[in-house]
Design a binder for this molecule. Structure first.
Ligand code: PLP
Length: 405
């Protein structure tokens, strides 16, 4: 069957072109890293084996919408990091969020209680996709535990969606307490943990039903992948897989490979980024041209008590946002950003290199000045994703750029 030497006398050029060399059993060796499986379908020695695989009596890949060995390896890796029951790698972080939301409400009320302070595209997805589809969407201040408790009692949501750390002013909700409230109400807690990563906090261990990451950020980490993942608890993993087998929101195997490769060094990168962020925060906090610094490691952070309970000391994340003193108009902030020589101007976060973003023109562009003010996002606020470079070089770059304002 497979293109061995005996078949080359039986097949002509047309047949050889599609059979020779392919479908080799790889038994005597094990690749030390999982290769990129670009195969859409998997064949077996007999149709009886394929029958057992379709019947779930035997495990193995059959068709790429159901599973792919490269994705399986990545999913096993991230499941281990989150202490989950299983995972689904998706085509983007947004796709992972949409999948988690839909799956959580297949057998629950189609009501979403969401943190008011979510990633911009997530708010848009709730308002422009879930709301028109008939889901009821309500928002609550996730750092006000009494308000969350009241909203759960009033709304009886099928799911509650929150982020571990909000963007860009880095508020932290009491995820452990919220998980208890959700458990008691039969509400599925979905946590977008992109900003924190499993090195900082593991939401499933605190009672979340599903945790979502944009793999595009810290986990892949090198600015070369768009991807997302849902990691589920034991109750939600089978519904998640069943949904995926039908719809196929899955990540491509090339991206799965790059992500798995990235994750191998993610704890080392993240540990360094967290330490660099502390150094940058401490320097910025003393700088005369800096009005205010937002950082999860700030002892005076409004959610310091929650952070101390949920996050390890000195490992609270690697995003630092700050307001530039005297930057009265957009052009002043532009001058600072354009003066940066090493820190990269870009809209993402979590890469190996430091990145700066101006929320006013990016993530919060579509909001009115009044809405931004209500969210505490001032026009002189910039967000810095601290990279793995030398902290002295990051600080030197910020220093010379602040002089340009
Ligand atoms: C980037 C991001 C997303 C979306 O992820 P994509 O991979 O860009 O689709 C969702 N949530 C948060 C917190 C993010 O930072």
């Amino acid at each position: 069957m497979s293109g061995g030497s005996e078949s080359k006398y039986e097949m002509d050029t047309f047949s050889k072109a599609v059979h020779a060399g392919d479908r080799k059993k790889q038994k005597p060796f094990v690749p030390t890293t999982t290769p990129i499986y670009m195969s859409s379908t998997y064949s077996y020695d007999s149709i009886a084996t394929i029958d057992r695989i379709f019947g779930h009596e035997e495990h193995g890949p059959s068709y790429v919408r159901y599973e792919n060995p490269t994705n399986n390896a990545l999913e096993e890796q991230i499941t281990a990091l989150e202490n989950g029951a299983g995972a689904l790698a998706c085509a983007s972080g947004m796709c992972a969020l949409q999948t988690a939301l839909i799956v959580s409400m297949l057998d629950r009320r189609r009501t979403i209680l969401a943190a008011s302070d979510l990633y911009g595209a997530t708010i848009s997805m709730l308002m422009k996709i879930f709301d028109p589809m008939g889901y009821e969407v309500r928002f609550v201040n996730i750092t006000d535990l009494a308000a969350v408790e009241k909203a759960i009692a009033d709304v009886k949501p099928g799911c509650l969606l929150m982020e571990t750390v909000s963007n860009p002013i880095l508020r932290v909700g009491a995820m452990d307490r919220i998980a208890e409230l959700c458990k008691a109400a039969g509400t599925a807690l979905i946590v977008d943990a992109t900003f924190s990563t499993p090195l900082v906090v593991r939401p499933l261990e605190l009672g979340a039903a599903m945790v979502v990451h944009s793999l595009t950020k810290y986990l892949a980490g090198h600015g070369d992948v768009l991807g997302g993942v849902v990691v589920a608890d034991a109750e939600n993993i089978e519904p998640l897989r069943a949904y995926s087998r039908m719809v196929g929101p899955v990540l491509g195997p090339q991206e799965a490979y790059l992500t798995m490769r990235g994750i191998k060094s993610f704890p080392v990168r993240m540990e360094r980024q967290c330490a660099n962020a502390i150094a940058v925060y401490e320097w910025l906090a003393k700088h005369p041209k800096v009005e205010r610094v937002y950082f999860t490691g700030d002892p005076a952070h409004p959610d310091a008590e929650t952070i101390a309970r949920l996050f390890p000391k000195d490992r609270t994340g690697a995003i630092v946002s700050f307001e530039i003193k005297g930057a009265a108009v957009k052009e002043d902030v532009f001058r600072f950003i354009d003066a940066l020589r090493m820190v990269v101007r870009g809209t993402t976060l979590g890469d190996v290199h430091s990145l700066v973003l101006y929320p006013l023109i990016a993530s919060h562009r579509d909001l009115s000045a009044k809405q931004r003010e209500r969210m505490g996002i001032r026009d002189n606020l910039v967000r810095l994703s601290v990279g793995i470079e030398s902290p002295a070089d990051i600080i030197a770059d910020l220093q010379q750029a602040l002089e340009a304002v």
